[in-house]
Write a protein that binds this ligand. Structure first.
Ligand SMILES: Nc1ncnc2c1ncn2[C@@H]1O[C@H](COP(=O)(O)OP(=O)(O)OP(=O)(O)O)[C@@H](O)[C@H]1O
Length: 250
């Protein structure tokens, strides 16, 4: 099967030092149905990598292909409809919650699926949220969930989630994880998520990309990685995280 998304020698230089890599060339792929956890200490470039995959940032080296077609042959907007990034601190567009839910569909010339939006909002514990409320007045956790609904409504092939439960209480986190899992199972989409919560990474993902020392150091089956990582850096990283709960950053 052709992988959905392929990374060909994708690399990024440090933003403030163009002599050094933020991460050295990465060659990997994301296939339909994949659940990939991107983990590693702060500052390794995990968010930057996901933003590159969503074409919100440019790589300094390498290229990507989607459905076997090189990124240069894709219109960025079309790409971003298929590979959708949900930021850790999402920006709400001006207007109400409803405007926010609808705008993304409008941008991509898709009909607004109100029943689906209602369903996702309910699953995410936002069933009682007034859609007429100004989106800018929402709490961080509410914004994060509205942004997730915006992404799900696009029905992307690859959903990129950046610490998508970081602002949520444990109950809401559970709902959000379940919602994403059910959505991905039904749509057969791939999910690539950044998490600092190793239990969440284990619960949600079958593959781990471990970034350390400016590279993708391990790309491994999640069960194997958590049981017996290959590198000393990963062993130390997991030791530091042992017993830590959600929201703990390194
Ligand atoms: N647009 C930017 N301009 C300048 N520096 C940036 C920019 N984006 C990221 N950086 C820097 O690049 C490095 C990697 O950032 P990135 O957010 O990708 O790492 P991360 O692994 O996701 O970290 P964390 O786990 O803390 O979210 C950091 O030092 C960050 O400050």
């Amino acid at each position: 099967m052709t992988p959905l998304l392929e990374l060909h020698q994708l690399a990024k230089l440090q933003f403030d030092n163009r002599e050094e890599y933020l991460f050295r060339p990465i060659t990997s792929k994301v296939a339909q149905g994949d659940r990939i956890a991107v983990i590693g200490a702060s500052g390794q470039g995990k968010s930057t990598l996901l933003r590159i995959l969503a074409r919100l940032e440019r790589p300094d080296e390498g290229y990507m292909s989607l459905d076997g077609v090189s990124d240069k042959d894709w219109k960025p907007a079309q790409w971003r409809k298929k590979v959708c990034y949900t930021a850790q601190h999402p920006v709400m567009l001006p207007g109400t919650v409803e405007d926010n839910l609808q705008t993304v569909s409008r941008l991509h010339s898709l009909p607004f699926d109100a029943p689906a939006a209602k369903g996702y909002m309910g699953q995410l514990g936002l069933g009682d949220l007034d859609w007429k409320k100004e989106a800018s007045s929402l709490s961080g956790g509410e914004k994060q969930r509205v942004a997730l609904v915006r992404s799900l409504l696009l029905q992307p092939d690859v959903l990129l989630l950046d610490e998508f439960t970081a602002s949520l209480d444990p109950g809401s986190r559970e709902g959000a994880e379940l919602c994403v899992r059910q959505w991905a199972d039904t749509s057969k989409a791939a999910v690539v998520l950044i998490s600092h919560d190793m239990e969440q990474a284990e619960r949600m993902c079958s593959v781990v990309w471990f970034m350390a020392g400016g590279e993708l150091l391990e790309a491994a089956d999640a069960g194997r990685f958590f049981a017996a990582p290959e590198t000393e850096a990963a062993r130390q990283f997991l030791k530091r995280h042992a017993g830590e709960g959600e929201t703990k950053n390194v």
